[in-house]
Design a protein around this ligand. Structure first.
Ligand SMILES: [Zn+2]
Ligand SMILES: [Zn+2]
Length: 115
């Protein structure tokens, strides 16, 4: 079985896998002054709240939004906002745990399913 994993570009630790990515439909919202229906790339991954190291962001409920840091090397890799945030493709995702694609490298690994 193949699994796509995402590593921090700085420290190479695996941060999340494709299973943790919340899919969103591209360009569902149109914004003023922007062409509708053009093919736009998503510049970010939106993570599900099941990523274990996101727990520290979940318990700090006083913070509604802020920066997300790599749990291993502490470099900034994205932003979170409980109210939601806009992807570069034009869709609004909420809550948003948004990781910049430029901060992580993806890699396909082969995993053996447990019996
Ligand atoms: Zn998008
Ligand atoms: Zn790192």
């Amino acid at each position: 079985m193949e699994l796509e994993v995402y590593r921090c570009k700085e420290c190479r630790h695996v941060l999340f896998t494709e299973k943790h990515i919340e899919d969103h439909i591209k360009a569902t919202h149109s914004f003023k002054g922007e062409e509708k229906g053009k093919s736009i790339q998503c510049n970010s991954h939106f993570l599900s709240t099941e990523v274990p190291w996101l727990d520290s962001y979940k318990i700090t409920t006083s913070a509604e939004k802020g920066k997300i840091y790599c749990p291993f090397c502490k470099c900034k890799i994205g932003n979170f906002c409980w109210h939601g945030s806009r992807c570069s493709c034009g869709s609004y995702v909420a809550p948003a745990f948004q990781i910049q694609k430029s901060k992580v490298d993806s890699q396909i690994v082969i995993v053996t399913p447990k019996e």
